[in-house]
Design a protein around this ligand. Structure first.
Ligand SMILES: [Zn+2]
Length: 309
């Protein structure tokens, strides 16, 4: 990656980081590293393509997912910055954070999804689209007209409550979220995987059968690795390592956070070691200008993660 490309990447990731910025950053990475496979997972409810990178030729597959929540799209910036560093080190045959990216590429296959909720990210960055079928519904769901805290997708479904893991229990336990029929956050939808984004994500995992998944959110400096007290055999040791490397606290999900998330689905339905990392500390949305300081907290953990499985 040239110095100019790196400057452009940093400006995109630390700026507004709307959907168009994310795709610009993805194209930049794809241009800079020819061994990086840039593709799409599928389409959002508004028809936007969900970017997906795959790199490596090993059998063990590892998945990184960012931006389930629109106002947390800095997590996409964190993953793209990681991917750029990973690919630069692999290209230069350099070790980094105690691991060899070259070795990882030989023995693992990494899938990186920086922005699953592409519509929600764009709505949080730019407000409701000007002229779309969903615009009146979006405006009705956001009473004060301030979309900067928007977390759901463009239909008002919180994607991280839309997976098939404790779905009915969540709707019964939190009827006030259910009654909204669509909201800036926490509305689970009518059925699991009702949204194209979650259906594509869950379908991808069932098809690829990876051996571990890491999903980034903000904020709290916390790590979750269990669901309903359960976790796969390999999870406790890996969670402890991630906690040691980040200095983040290992926590047990409680309340609304304990149902319907991707980590819950991976653990309970797929027996797949999965980890939610709540990056940084502050109020969402965390300022994008803090990207590099938050990245410094999780950097080593991102590099070491594939070697734990
Ligand atoms: Zn989140």
């Amino acid at each position: 990656m040239t110095a100019e490309q790196h400057r452009t990447l940093k400006a995109l990731l630390t700026g507004k980081f709307c959907y168009a910025d994310c795709i610009c950053a993805c194209r930049l990475l794809a241009d800079a590293f020819d061994f990086l496979d840039f593709n799409y997972l599928g389409n959002s409810i508004m028809g936007h393509s969900i970017p997906l990178f795959t790199v490596g030729r090993g059998e063990k597959e590892i998945v990184y997912v960012g931006t389930h929540h629109g106002a947390e799209r800095i997590t996409g910036g964190l993953l793209l910055y990681f991917l750029a560093e990973f690919c630069s080190a692999a290209k230069g045959r350099r070790g980094i954070c105690g691991v060899s990216p070259e070795y990882i590429l030989h023995t693992r296959k990494l899938h990186v999804l920086p922005m699953l909720n592409v519509d929600g990210a764009d709505i949080a960055a730019c407000g409701a689209p000007k002229d779309h079928l969903l615009t009146p519904r979006l405006l009705a769901m956001c009473k004060d007209g301030d979309f900067s805290h928007w977390q759901a997708n463009a239909r008002g479904v919180d994607l991280n409550h839309n997976y098939n893991a404790g779905f009915d229990a969540y709707r019964a336990a939190f009827p006030n979220y259910d009654e909204t029929g669509g909201a800036p956050s926490r509305y689970a939808g009518l059925s699991p995987e009702s949204e194209p984004e979650t259906a594509a994500m869950a379908g991808f995992l069932r098809y690829r059968t990876p051996c571990a998944l890491l999903t980034l959110h903000t904020q709290g400096r916390e790590i979750y690795s269990t669901s309903g007290g359960k976790c796969p055999r390999q999870s406790p040791a890996a969670a402890k390592k991630l906690a040691d490397l980040t200095g983040y606290a290992l926590k047990t999900p409680v309340g609304a956070a304990a149902y319907g998330g991707l980590t819950d689905y991976c653990i309970t339905a797929l027996n797949l070691p999965a980890f939610t990392v709540e990056c940084g500390k502050g109020q969402n949305p965390l300022p994008h200008t803090d990207l590099l300081s938050i990245y410094a907290e999780i950097r080593t953990a991102l590099f070491v993660f594939p070697t734990l499985f």
